[in-house]
Design a binder for this molecule. Sequence first.
Ligand code: 5GP
Length: 115
Amino acid sequence: MSDKTLFQKICDKEIPATLVHEDELCVAFRDISPQAPQHLLIIPRKAIPRIDRADETDAALLAHLLLTAAKVARDEGFAESGYRLVINNGPDGGETVPHLHVHLLGGRQLQWPPG
Ligand code: 5GP
């Protein structure tokens, strides 16, 4: 039985997703249950379970995820109106998929503080 995470299967195109960006380090695709008009996920191809499990050797990769999120927002046309980047870590953070992912949310006024 495969022990790949759900998001590894999306990276490997074993599970369909609406991809908006891919390169050698990461993939960006639309969230299946969007919480805003624009809701995308940026994930590393490397299977890092969560930000708490990243280390110094991942520094360039983490920077790439953030820069890719900003590029996707520009490419999708909502960078100017604004957006929010979110990383949920562990149970209290609301993490449900144990593969590091950056949420990119936009297309509406987001509230603060988050729930
Ligand atoms: P988390 O709660 O772990 O921070 O975020 C996981 C996100 O993955 C959720 O927003 C959820 O809607 C999304 N998600 C879960 N399964 C799938 C899937 O099969 N395809 C896509 N595109 N998104 C998924």
